[in-house]
Ligand binder design. Sequence first.
Ligand code: ATP
Ligand code: MG
Length: 440
Amino acid sequence: MRLSRFFMPILKENPKEAEIVSHRLMLRAGMIRQQSQGIYSWLPLGKKVLDKVCTIIREEQDRAGANEIWMPTIQSADLWVESGRYNDYGKEMLRISDRQERPMLYGPTNEEMVTDIFRSYVKSYKNLPLNLYHIQWKFRDEIRPRFGTMRSREFLMKDAYSFDLTKEDAIHSYNKMFTAYLRTFTRLGLRAIPMRADTGPIGGNHSHEFIILAETGESEVFCHRNFVDFDIPAEDTDFDNVAGLQAIFDKWTSLYAATSEMHDATAFDAIPQEERLSARGIEVGHIFYFGTKYSEPMGAKVQGPDGKEHLVHMGSYGIGPSRLVPAIIEASHDENGIIWPASVSPFDAVVINMKAGDAACDSACEKIYSSLTNAGKDVLYDDTDDRAGTKFATADLIGVPMQIIAGPRAVANGEVEIKDRRTGERETMTIEAAINRLSA
Ligand code: ATP
Ligand code: MG
């Protein structure tokens, strides 16, 4: 992509409305625009990152055996009346009506709808376990939307729903998602700690929130320091191995970790002082087992091996991709801007032409740009006629991991500089060497 043709409205000034660094940087880098309170457009740079986050989430859901579907954003109120939640949900639900004055709503979550899909098709235990998920916009009329897309009213959620014959099977399904989440957050460059959580309006008794530690987090959290060094389940983890997944769950829940709602000060104080970590955190995922809470009122039953009908045991598993984008920035930035983990960076590299219009610089940059693009890399080429200083500042702000800097003096020797955004290290090398290094 040539920057001259890329819509990336960089802001020079710090936006006053932004209270936390991720919000400030997302606005400055031209990633998002607020359209009305807590409702955002995603501009090209932001959209690219959001898509990458969703791809990683999707790959790990699929690896764990979940099936992707796509449910609508607008739901009929009938299903919610059936589950008993229509009146309980309160003011966070955006209630609307169609031209026939039928009550509808913009979905804040999809337990009812997915249970309806399930009960319409699945009649036998032989079709279980089943996990259906989608990545879809949700609307919750949050009382205090803030921090940009960290807490917005319209936000993207990956929500998965598991169906099992027994509680025991449902716990295995829970452990699959637990394991998938550990892998997902690690691939996003984050260390998320699962913490015992309150089950809130969804109800149930087996629930963990996945929290990343950050000073600007809205939750107060308490945990054991050793979580920071725990190993992440490998790519070849066998998700059908019941004991294996239980062992992962047991290990990751063996140490104290709780949000303030579930905090037990006595248990926490029993941990040696130097091993205690009390901090602030951002909730990036939340998983629940809630048994027959929805299958019962909605009549989601399957025939068991005993020939009898059984209510299915369910769980739901949420991740917020549009919250993860700022959460990653909170965890990875410096005074000059964002530092993307390579896995979610909007581009693999940025080529900076320090003197656009200079024949030698132009041809060196074109060569690097086309070679890397042909090698399958997604490269942003700053071909604009901005000053070199402005280009450096932009490249640092948007946080692409590698920069290739072509200035007239180096290019005269057949050389360019490459800069690692994270470490700031610069290295001079031939144009060919730079192409080879970055195509790898
Ligand atoms: P919170 O306590 O932060 O309001 P929640 O408990 O209401 O979150 P869930 O219903 O468990 O959230 O939703 C699953 C995931 O969706 C959350 O872990 C979070 O990543 C994301 N999420 C929830 N509400 C928002 C929001 N208003 N803006 C952005 N992401 C959200
Ligand atoms: Mg909430």
